[in-house]
Every structure is written in structure tokens, then in C-alpha cells.
Design a protein around this ligand. Structure first.
Ligand code: KG4
Ligand code: ZN
Length: 347
């Protein structure tokens, strides 16, 4: 296989990102640059991502991110083999900004274009960071998604189960909002949880009584809201300890659900590929240390290889898009200037 160098663009949520990934023949891939321009400050006053503001900021920042990624990689457009861009799913204004930027670059340079599914980007990231062969079981947990995937190839995913309502990242974000913690909620709730007692509040573990690996997180949010309101009614407010205990109880419930459902998914998948079971996690929520530790234990119980990318590659970035594009180019895939942005795009 030849050396491939790919520029990736990502703009489907609230991070504008550009990155260059290269893989030399027979070698491990290298991230030559990875620029991520977050928009947290722009949305802070609104308690969540505002699509219009996000789209405008992406359109403004994409060119700069590309310039910076190319400069840090110390390469020119002549050195590239393709331009990969997130073509969905996500907030359509942002996805469109990315696709238009990539099309402009492709038209100007004559380079081929590759439209990447954002979820495929997350799901293939463990192969960027580790020696991980197809097939593997993947738990993808982010702000918008929670699913178990059997990953059989760069463009071959089978969904084994997933959330029937909220994504866990969304639950972390809402928990933070209910408790007056900053957004994005995941890191804030994790920090609070580390100081709290996980057993003071008995939060539900939804769907554990049902077979299969579907999950539910919306009931957890309701339980947290009730517990908070009960404390407020009783004492007129929350103490620091209350807040920490609520976070700890919430995180423990998410951890237990993800761990038990992973156990089941791993058992189901091991039956199909018993020789070399491998379990990978990705997505923003996989940045949580307590959750990672629990999932690592589940993999160890099943004697499965465990791969969890470093934190910066779990949350949104463009190296994962460049890498997924590289895998797709290797698999013979190309798009052209008719590529469209898709708000919904199941794997
Ligand atoms: O993958 P991602 O960056 O964006 C997409 O949703 O595609 O995931 C963002 C989500 C947010 O909901 C954020 O609160 C959550 O990942 N997250 C975390 C942590 N860091 C980020 N959740 C729990 N613990 C964390 N440390
Ligand atoms: Zn994501």
C-alpha cells in the first residue's frame, strides 16, 4: 500500500477542526497536525449549542484552521492525496460550512474529496491510535449518540443496540445544567463526582432488567431533577456536598448501565468472533476516567483487547476524520463535487 496523506475537516457540532494524517506503506499512521478551535465561550450564555451561532463561527474559522493544520504539518497541497470532510450527521449549518470549504479546496487543487460519517470517524479512531484489527466491538458514546457497533471494515458497521432515548453525553450536559455547573457538562460532572459519595442517592439503572444491549438515560435525568428539587424544597438550596453526591450518584448509574450492557454486547459479539475479541470505546463520553476504568474491567473479564483513544481524540477533532478518510481511500472510496451535507446519516 502506498503512502497516503489526508487533510480532514470537522464542523458538525461546536468544534471547528482541521488535521493532517499520514500513513506510510506498512507503518503506523501519524498525526502530522490536529487543530481544534472550540466554541464553548460563544455558547456559554445560552446553556447549549446554538446552531446559527455555531454555523457562522465554523464558516469564519475553517479557513484559518486549514491554514494552521497545513503549516503545522509542514506540507503543501501537492503533498495531499485527498480532502476528507464530515458530511453528517450533525447540525446542518456547520456540516454545510465544512462541506463547502472542502469542495472549494478540492475544486482549487484538483484533489479528490471524501465525505466521512462523523460516527465512522469516532468508530475508526481506535485504529489510528492502536494496532486493532477488524472486526471489533465498539461502544460509541457522545453528546448525541450511544451505540454498540460491530466494526467489520472502514465502511462496514453493524449496530448491535443503543440508546432508545437520550445520549449519555446529553445526560451529563443536562445534569450539569440542573446543578448550575458549566457546559460542556461531562468534564464538570466528572470533577464534582470525584469529590462525592456515589451511594447517597439511589438512582435507577434503566433497562438492566431487559435482555439485549439497548440503553436508556432519560429516566436518570428525571430522577436527578427530583432529587435536586427535594433537596431545594427541604433546605432552600444545594450545598457543595449535595452537588458532589448528586454527580457521583449520577455518574455511577451511567457507569453501571454502560458496563453491564457492554458485558452483554461483548458476550454476543464473542460468539461471532471468539478467536480474538477486541473492545474499543470512543466519543466524548469515553473521555471520562471512571467510565473508562469500568469498561476496561469488562474487557479484562472477557479476555478481550481493550482500546480507548487518548482524551483529545475521544472528543471531536479532525484527525479522526482525516483517518477515516484515509481508511476509505484505501478501501477504494471517492466522492466528487456532488457530495451533500446530511443532517441525519445512520451508520
Ligand atoms: O464526541 P463529542 O465531542 O461530540 C459529539 O457529541 O459528537 O462528545 C461531546 C459530549 C458532551 O456531551 C460532553 O459533555 C461529553 O461528551 N463529555 C464527557 C466528558 N468529556 C466530554 N462526558 C462525561 N465525562 C467526561 N469527562
Ligand atoms: Zn462527536
Amino acid at each position: 500500500a502506498a503512502t497516503l496523506t489526508i487533510l480532514g475537516l470537522e464542523s458538525s457540532c461546536d468544534d471547528t477542526a482541521a488535521a493532517v494524517v499520514r500513513q506510510r506503506a506498512g507503518a503506523r499512521p501519524e498525526i502530522l497536525s490536529s487543530v481544534v478551535e472550540g466554541q464553548t465561550a460563544l455558547h456559554a450564555a445560552f446553556g447549549g449549542v446554538v446552531p446559527e451561532i455555531a454555523a457562522r463561527a465554523h464558516a469564519e474559522k475553517l479557513d484559518l484552521c486549514v491554514e494552521q493544520a497545513m503549516a503545522e504539518a509542514a506540507i503543501g497541497f501537492d503533498d495531499l492525496d485527498a480532502i476528507a470532510v464530515t458530511a453528517g450527521p450533525g447540525l446542518i449549518g456547520g456540516v454545510l460550512a465544512g462541506v463547502m470549504c472542502a469542495k472549494g479546496l478540492a475544486a482549487a487543487t484538483g484533489l479528490p474529496l471524501v465525505g466521512v460519517n462523523h460516527l465512522a470517524g469516532h468508530a475508526l479512531t481506535p485504529r489510528l491510535t492502536d494496532d486493532l484489527a477488524f472486526p471489533y466491538l465498539m461502544l460509541l458514546v457522545s453528546g448525541g449518540h450511544a451505540q454498540f457497533l460491530l466494526v467489520r471494515g472502514a465502511d462496514d458497521f453493524r449496530r448491535l443496540g443503543g440508546t432508545i432515548d437520550d445520549a449519555p453525553g446529553e445526560a451529563f450536559d443536562k445534569t450539569a445544567k440542573l446543578l448550575g455547573l458549566p457546559q460542556p457538562g461531562g468534564p464538570a460532572v466528572e470533577t464534582e463526582a470525584a469529590k462525592g459519595c456515589a451511594t447517597r442517592f439511589a438512582f435507577p439503572r434503566p433497562l438492566l432488567d431487559r435482555p439485549g444491549c439497548d440503553m436508556s438515560f432519560s429516566g436518570l435525568k428525571t430522577a436527578l431533577l427530583r432529587a435536586r428539587d427535594a433537596l431545594v424544597a427541604e433546605k432552600g438550596g444545594l450545598t457543595r456536598a449535595d452537588r458532589a453526591d448528586l454527580c457521583a450518584g449520577f455518574q455511577a448509574a451511567v457507569r453501571d448501565v454502560l458496563a453491564e450492557k457492554s458485558r452483554r454486547a461483548l458476550a454476543a459479539y464473542s460468539e461471532t468472533d471468539p478467536a480474538q475479541p477486541a473492545f474499543a470505546v470512543a466519543g466524548g463520553v469515553a473521555a471520562n476516567a471512571a467510565l473508562r476504568a469500568a469498561l476496561k474491567d469488562v474487557a479484562a473479564e472477557a479476555a478481550a483487547q481493550f482500546v480507548a483513544p487518548p482524551l483529545a481524540l475521544c472528543t471531536d477533532n479532525a484527525a479522526m476524520i482525516a483517518w477515516a478518510g484515509l481508511e476509505m481511500v484505501r478501501a477504494g472510496h471517492r466522492d466528487d463535487l456532488t457530495l451533500t451535507a446530511r443532517p441525519r446519516w445512520p451508520l
